[in-house]
Design a protein around this ligand. Sequence first.
Ligand code: ZN
Ligand code: ZN
Length: 269
Amino acid sequence: MSNGRKINLHNHTYYCRHGSGNVADYMYWAEKENITVLAFSEHVPLPDEVLLRSRLRIETLPFLWKEMEDASAAYPGIKLLRALEGEYIPEFMNFQKELKEAHKLDFMIASNHYIWLDGHDNKFPSVTDRGALKIVAEQSIALIESGLGIFFAHPDLFFALGCPWSDEAKAVSKDIIECAKAHKLPLEINAYGLRKDMITDADGVTRPRYPKREFWELAAEIGGIEVVCNSDAHTPSAIWRGVPECMAWAAELDLPVVNERLAREILTK
Ligand SMILES: [Zn+2]
Ligand SMILES: [Zn+2]
């Protein structure tokens, strides 16, 4: 089961403050790459400008929606979806769900980019840190169980800063995969990590920061996991870059790619 049409459910524009390109710039590349469904999924804006460095202000959202409406009129052959990339921050889970309704989003993505403790973001571990990994597992599970997103983006992002494939990291991966399986939540093989500089991890292994190959081999071994493959573009020319490699991993590991099914469910809602 492969993704026949090119459907990319995860992208950022200059509104995220760490990317480039506006919606029109993306449409140029979407047409060039024959993409049929494209979601814009900025990092969710949060109250009181929390984590503003990596996201837009709430009052800026209508400007993004207007850019998308104009682009839809100019490119009727490309379906655009309104999305936001949400976070596991216990105090803002209801806020995010309300934002989804208020802004008539097509969907939300569930993501963890940090370890969230006492109202602050903390980095993922660069070594096998039992304490930190335990929290990664707990917060990933809480995010899946929250029902916030229609898929869990880069569930293996906690390997990005150098944590090796240790017994502890494997146990965390297993907990995340089994929870996603129990909740039938697709996991995202995210191409952005393939476009970043490689990292030499604490075991001396030089590898992409993510996706972490062993995580996906474990998902295949456990079985019953569906995946989505997205670019997570932060610049328009990267709109499809790395996605074929992610799909090749999914095919090799017999992990069904469900971008098309998710898009159909959203568009027929
Ligand atoms: Zn992300
Ligand atoms: Zn993203």
